[in-house]
Design a protein around this ligand. Structure first.
Ligand SMILES: C[S@@+](CC[C@H](N)C(=O)[O-])C[C@H]1O[C@@H](n2cnc3c(N)ncnc32)[C@H](O)[C@@H]1O
Length: 269
């Protein structure tokens, strides 16, 4: 039997090519840190790191940059080691430390900035559980250090819908199967499709609570972060499409679907 394209595909590779833009994201994070802290970011932690793409992008930027990458899943970390860390120069590779653990159990070494990207922190469904995680982030930061989160929202996020994008050699489908307005929870999947008609169904599944920006900011302040603010993406006047430029804002617009960035500071003595 000839192999289908789906059976030969690598879901982590497809994920990285369809969902992640690590060089661009880490550039944004480093620029934001420089503006807020008045110095360059040198120590970085990536929670829910998956294949550690962001950490690898960070250490490539400067010979003094070091990254700690935390994820529960051994096989995903192994994939990152084989495919992302090996692409780094050996001296840069040594500046990434992968830790297989629950993000709530790691506090050392402290870092200047901790990032939880691609909405991974939505796995915490209860306020108390999210609060415990945020407290752990606080403990893991140097005094005056910053937490970076991204957050997906908008009315389209609170609905069931499916959306397919055509990429080089495959299609990517975001399939939001359920949304429960009482618990604010969603169940969503990523599927990949190939030109021979084969599919990689449910390559990834997400059981998330869609935390809102106000409740997230409130909880961050409640656990002890002292400067919490939101960066909102600009939109092109005619198409309404996002510009990719995020600016600090205190008021947003009622977009159908948006991604916002949140920065929160551990108080400095
Ligand atoms: C959506 S992936 C995120 C990948 C990557 N951060 C990104 O930007 O696309 C979520 C990752 O979180 C990990 N994970 C889930 N719960 C965790 C926990 N409590 N502690 C550490 N990692 C966890 C999973 O193993 C998975 O690799």
């Amino acid at each position: 039997m000839p192999k289908t394209l789906a059976s030969a595909a690598d879901r982590h590779d497809l994920y990285q090519r369809s969902v992640q833009t690590p060089d661009r994201d880490i550039r944004w994070i480093c620029n934001a840190f420089r503006k807020l802290a008045g110095r360059e970011l040198r120590t970085f932690r990536e929670d829910f790191c998956g294949t550690a793409a962001l950490s690898c992008a960070f250490v490539k930027r400067h010979p003094e940059n070091t990254a700690i990458s935390v994820d529960l899943d051994g096989p995903t970390l192994d994939w990152g080691t084989r495919h992302n860390l090996t692409r780094l120069k050996p001296e840069a590779r040594e500046r990434v430390r992968l830790i297989q653990a629950d993000v709530r159990d790691v506090v050392r070494p402290k870092v200047e900035l901790l990032a939880a990207a691609n909405f991974s922190w939505f796995i915490f469904h209860e306020r108390a559980a999210l609060g415990t995680y945020f407290k752990n982030c606080l403990k893991s930061l140097d005094e005056g250090g910053w937490l970076f989160l991204d957050l997906w929202g908008g009315s389209e996020a609170h609905a069931c819908h499916s959306e397919t994008r055509r990429l080089k050699g495959f299609t990517y489908t975001w399939d939001q199967e359920k949304f429960d307005p009482i618990g604010g929870k969603t169940l969503a999947h990523i599927h990949f499709g190939f030109r021979d008609g084969s599919k990689l169904e449910r390559a990834f599944t997400y059981d998330w609570r869609l935390w809102s920006l106000p409740e997230t900011q409130d909880l961050l302040r409640e656990v002890g972060f002292d400067d919490v603010h939101v960066y909102w993406e600009g939109a092109h006047a005619e198409s309404g499409k996002g510009t990719g430029i995020f600016r600090r804002r205190t008021e947003g617009t009622p977009d159908l679907s948006y991604v916002a960035y949140v920065m929160a500071r551990r108080p400095a003595r």
